[in-house]
Design a protein around this ligand. Structure first.
Ligand SMILES: C[S@@+](CC[C@H](N)C(=O)[O-])C[C@H]1O[C@@H](n2cnc3c(N)ncnc32)[C@H](O)[C@@H]1O
Length: 269
């Protein structure tokens, strides 16, 4: 059964990987998880809420996504929920909200959650379209469940002391971690290579990274890591150069679409 901890429905989110994450977190455990390219941060939420770690650090470059996590893990979670509860989720209000620049962090967080719920596939990258008919022809509001969103926000807020958010570059953070002695678990879920290669519409505002450099840093790390990639030759050859273990895994999608991804580790799961 799928577990839902986040108020974001994140494109490329890893809720389908829950079983493998639990296995990996149980082997060679550490009290700290660092999630590079955090996005919807499924691995960190699962690890903290289910008690696998006592601390999780989310590293993410997109300020709008970081604003959501910082607001959830701070006393402004109350203000965020008040905004969610009083919002009328229709096309006019959504368009109005998205047309103005937020004046505070909590407004940026609120706007990001609304955008994530109103856009097709939850895509936050500039230019993604708004949902039209939505599920069961309920219109744009088909994905607006204020009570559920606030329940998840308050539940996560109760773990606030266990989370830190770093707004910054995952590759830089990994170089720093590689110099740190104490051991952490590293979950690494970068943007797809394939989309970048084929010039397909971006899923994220920050969509392209130096994949070769990431593999070099991962190859050098002494931390126990689990990295996921889209199935493609480039990632497989970078992994081979670094002597890493690559396993194919069938994604468990909600739409029963058969798709494979790569799980990359030091010694195989
Ligand atoms: C595949 S998504 C992560 C999804 C996440 N695992 C989840 O469960 O929702 C990749 C994320 O990497 C972020 N990103 C892109 N470039 C980055 C960089 N250089 N440093 C940190 N985050 C970056 C994107 O904004 C996006 O949120």
């Amino acid at each position: 059964m799928r577990v839902y901890y986040s108020p974001l429905r994140y494109p490329g989110g890893k809720s389908w990987l829950a079983l493998e994450l639990r296995t990996w977190l149980s082997i060679n455990p550490s009290s700290e998880l660092v999630e590079l390219f955090a996005g919807g941060a499924f691995a960190s939420l699962l690890a903290v809420v289910e008690g696998y770690v006592s601390k999780a650090t989310l590293v993410e470059l997109d300020p709008a996504v970081c604003a959501v996590w910082r607001s959830i893990f701070s006393p402004t979670a109350d203000d965020l929920c008040a905004l969610i509860e009083k919002f009328t989720f229709d096309e006019k209000s959504v368009r109005e909200l998205l047309s103005v620049e937020p004046e505070s962090e909590v407004m940026l967080a609120f706007r990001t959650i609304v955008m994530n719920r109103a856009r097709r596939g939850g895509i936050l990258a500039p230019g993604a379209g708004l949902l039209k008919l939505g599920e069961r022809k309920k219109g744009m509001a088909s994905r607006w469940y204020p009570e559920t969103l606030c329940k998840r926000i308050f539940m996560l807020n109760s773990y606030a002391k266990k989370f830190s958010v770093i707004e910054g570059d995952a590759l830089e953070k990994l170089s720093t971690l590689n110099r740190r002695k104490s051991h952490v678990k590293l979950f690494i879920d970068p943007p797809y290579i394939k989309l970048q290669e084929r010039g397909i519409k971006p899923l994220y505002r920050f969509n392209s990274i130096n994949h070769r450099k990431l593999f070099e840093l991962v190859g050098k790390t002494h931390h126990d890591f689990l990295m996921t990639y889209d199935l493609n030759e480039i990632a497989m050859s970078f992994a081979k150069q670094q002597n890493l273990c690559v396993e194919k895994i069938q994604m468990r999608t909600a739409h029963a679409i058969k798709k494979e991804e790569l799980l990359i580790t030091r010694n195989c799961l």
